[in-house]
Design a protein around this ligand. Structure first.
Ligand code: PLP
Length: 358
């Protein structure tokens, strides 16, 4: 089966097999990771290795904290203003689609928001040219979403910080390519695309931004709470962290993020080529330069064929291709765990289907 789900996403089969092998007895401890005290030496080792491996993968500088949290990316939307923006301050957002909008809506409840740029005029099909962004003078931070999972729009550059903390929702493209962490105030991501099972979120936050939260910030919404307690203020999502740690080791063994980037470019190219070669039978709405390597939305010129396309795909074990309910059509999500063979199988099916129905 090739599973094109946008999330929770597929994990590498090697990792799942290792989880299976260790499920009842982790490294001869006689315990499942689920059953271990999170304050015991075994889990301490698992957490320390997960953090160290993530630091190696992303080249995270020593003045950044790595935090394993719960509440998904959604809870981070709420944590942002409490931690990084005084009540009377303005924060800048770039609005490139669904997830930008959800973040904007939540942050607007607690701070003034300036939309520095938006691609809503063209149905969120592109990244606005940075030269046109209208940033406020004293923004508390600038936020953007590096890959819009639903729209399939991905930044191929890191915005200038201009001395303002740059905060990025990398939920759906983290670990898919190398990234210069030192350019950011904070990077955050839900784990469930490229890192591990849902239930874990990761924040990589520059230390000097910690400790300035609003006084009314709930303890559990304060990043410093987790930074001061090694991600263990309360019971952490221990099993999810363990699986994420195995994913990090798997990525390192494959050559790290430069190797993943090369694979991801090749995979995405196979599918975009299938769309572009179809003489309009398939269409991808995203501007060429901003096409995502992770999520590839496409429509059929005749949407009456959608159901038939999906049924034929399922027969060929190409699963979960239905597009998001807000945009319709199809979406192929091809995170790190999707092999090239999956993209090739889908491209071959697309060509065959277009030939039969075009
Ligand atoms: N941001 C992006 C880019 C996403 O793709 C998602 C979920 O798909 C979210 C945020 C929300 O994540 P969560 O469900 O972990 O809150």
């Amino acid at each position: 089966v090739f599973n094109f789900s946008s999330g929770p996403a597929v994990l590498p089969p090697e990792v799942l097999r290792q989880v299976q092998a260790e499920l009842l007895d982790w490294h001869g401890s006689g315990m499942s990771v689920m059953e271990m005290s999170h304050r015991g030496p075994e889990f301490g080792q698992i957490l320390a290795e997960a953090e160290a491996d993530l630091r190696t993968l992303l080249g995270i500088p020593s003045n950044y904290k790595v935090l394993f949290l719960q509440g998904g990316a959604h809870l981070q939307f709420a944590m942002l203003p409490f931690n990084f923006a005084a009540a009377d301050s303005t924060v800048d957002f770039v609005n490139t689609g669904h997830w930008s909008k959800v973040a904007i809506k939540e942050v607007s409840r607690y701070a003034k928001v300036n939309i520095a740029a938006s691609s809503e005029d063209k149905n969120f099909s592109y990244v606005p040219d940075e030269a046109t962004w209208q940033r406020s003078k004293d923004a508390a931070f600038l936020h953007y979403c590096s890959n819009e999972t639903i729209g399939g729009v991905e930044f191929n550059f890191i915005p200038q910080s201009n001395g303002v903390p740059l905060i990025c929702d990398m939920s759906s493209n983290i670990l898919s390519r190398p990234v210069d962490v030192s350019q950011f105030g904070m990077i955050y991501a839900g784990a469930q695309k490229n890192m591990g099972p849902s239930g874990v979120a990761v924040s990589i936050v520059r230390e000097d931004l910690l400790g300035k939260a609003r006084s009314e910030t709930p303890t559990m919404l304060n990043y410093k709470t987790f930074a001061d307690n090694g991600s263990m203020y309360n019971t952490p999502p221990s099993f999810g962290i363990y699986v994420a740690g195995l994913v990090y080791k798997h990525l390192l063994a494959q050559g790290g993020l430069a190797a993943m980037e090369a694979k991801n470019i090749e995979k995405a190219n196979v599918l975009y080529a299938a769309i572009d070669a179809s003489n309009g039978f398939y269409h991808c709405p995203t501007a060429l330069a901003d096409r995502s390597r992770m999520n590839i939305p496409f429509t059929l010129a005749d949407s009456q064929l959608d159901a038939q396309f999906l049924a034929g795909a399922e027969e060929r074990h190409l699963l979960q291709l239905k597009g998001h309910r807000s945009v319709g059509g199809m979406r192929a999500s091809i995170y790190n765990a999707m092999p090239l063979a999956g993209c090739q199988a889908l491209a071959a099916y697309m060509a065959e289907f277009a030939q039969q129905h075009g």
